[in-house]
Design a protein around this ligand. Structure first.
Ligand SMILES: Cc1cc2nc3c(=O)[nH]c(=O)nc-3n(C[C@H](O)[C@H](O)[C@H](O)COP(=O)(O)OP(=O)(O)OC[C@H]3O[C@@H](n4cnc5c(N)ncnc54)[C@H](O)[C@@H]3O)c2cc1C
Length: 180
């Protein structure tokens, strides 16, 4: 992982996966100008933001042209008054995503599906009773997860040199602590 002010880049692999995944997180100082289907523009924005950060990061950026899997989005939260209308109910990200990698979104999605199924069964399939009960059961947990996610999102990307870890090498030069 390489961290800088307003940006961080990381790569990860796992034993059971044949490839590695690179992640680039940044906090732009302005509203980004791109269309959600314009992948070349999205890659250009990444290069503009991360080029020259570190030789390793530059090497990861080179892979942008070769990768078959590319995902680019903003970390946002949708605000909905209700998760259902008529017979249609929303579960998981569609209704109440806290944000990727910041608030246990997968757990909420799985739990939401479980609670909804339980309420439908308890109401004998009557969605007019099941949907409000599902919202009632999930509301506090969702609110807490989303509040937690907003807090994590604020600190996820360093806003200062201290937070970005630039002082760590200086600390590493200190003599080792005496044994207690
Ligand atoms: C980069 C990234 C990192 C993340 N990291 C984490 C993490 O570390 N921990 C965590 O808990 N969560 C993480 N998340 C979030 C997690 O992936 C989601 O919260 C979770 O997948 C939500 O599940 P879901 O079933 O609600 O939605 P999804 O997983 O999005 O499932 C929705 C499905 O519906 C399909 N679909 C869409 N439209 C239609 C249609 N019209 N017809 C039929 N099918 C359709 C989609 O193809 C998709 O398969 C991350 C997300 C991203 C993007």
């Amino acid at each position: 992982m390489h961290m800088g002010i307003g940006r961080e880049a990381a790569i990860q692999g796992a034993r059971h996966l044949p490839d590695a995944r690179a992640g680039f997180l940044f906090r732009p100082g302005r509203e980004l100008d791109y269309h959600h289907r314009d992948v070349p523009r999205q890659k250009e924005l990444l290069r503009e933001t991360f080029a020259g950060m570190h030789p390793e990061v530059d090497r990861w950026l080179d892979e942008l042209e070769r990768t078959t899997a590319f995902y680019f989005d903003a970390i946002t939260q949708l605000q909905l008054d209700s998760w259902s209308r008529g017979r249609v109910a929303l579960v998981g990200d569609a209704g109440y995503c806290p944000g990727p990698a910041v608030g246990g979104s997968t757990s909420l999605a799985v739990l939401g599906a479980y609670v909804l199924a339980g309420e439908l069964a308890a109401a004998g399939g009557d969605h007019r009773r099941a949907y409000p009960a599902y919202e009632e059961e999930m509301r506090v947990l969702v609110q807490r997860s989303r509040a937690f996610a907003r807090g994590v999102a604020r600190t996820l990307i360093p806003t200062s040199a201290l937070a970005s870890g630039r002082w760590w090498p200086a600390r590493a030069c200190c003599p080792p602590c005496p044994p207690r």
